[in-house]
Design a protein. Structure first.
Length: 147
């Protein structure tokens, strides 16, 4: 599945970059997050979170790694999450550009591959649930950066 979007944040690009690449700061906006552990600052972290897809509930252990950081323009990350009988691989990317009036325009994309039990049981629910959670995430990010 591929997801993508655009958002304008009323803040300078360097501030948006700093927030989005700080695992501790951005963790406050991750729906279902239970814990986060920094493995290597500005490179790797591990997160544990819960995800519900209808009657299917998962507790995912996720390893996240920044694979490219081009401050304050572009970043790419990869994530690998596992739960009993299921796994998820995500490759995501963001591009930041100066927007009107000192704001920042962000374009983002994510390629998501889900395998195992959750893929077969909750296939119809994955896209709308992911879109809902992504919307909640970016709404929180915008609010926190703009305040």
């Amino acid at each position: 599945m591929r997801f993508e979007g655009k958002i304008n944040i009323s803040a300078p690009r360097i501030g948006v970059w700093a927030f989005l690449t700080d695992a501790n700061a951005v963790s406050h906006c991750m729906p279902g997050l239970e814990s986060i552990e920094i493995i290597t600052p500005n490179e790797k972290f591990r997160a544990i979170g819960a995800l519900g897809l209808g009657s299917v509930k998962l507790k995912m252990n996720t390893d996240v790694e920044w694979v490219e950081l081009d401050a304050p323009n572009r970043a790419r990350m990869k994530m690998r999450g596992t739960a009993p009988g299921s796994s998820i691989d995500v490759a995501s990317e963001m591009h930041l550009a100066d927007g009107p009036g000192g704001s920042t325009d962000m374009e983002w994309s994510a390629e998501v591959k889900v395998l195992g039990t959750v893929a077969s049981l909750a296939a119809r629910l994955m896209k709308p649930v992911t879109q809902k959670l992504t919307g909640e995430f970016f709404s929180c990010v915008k609010k926190k950066i703009e305040k």
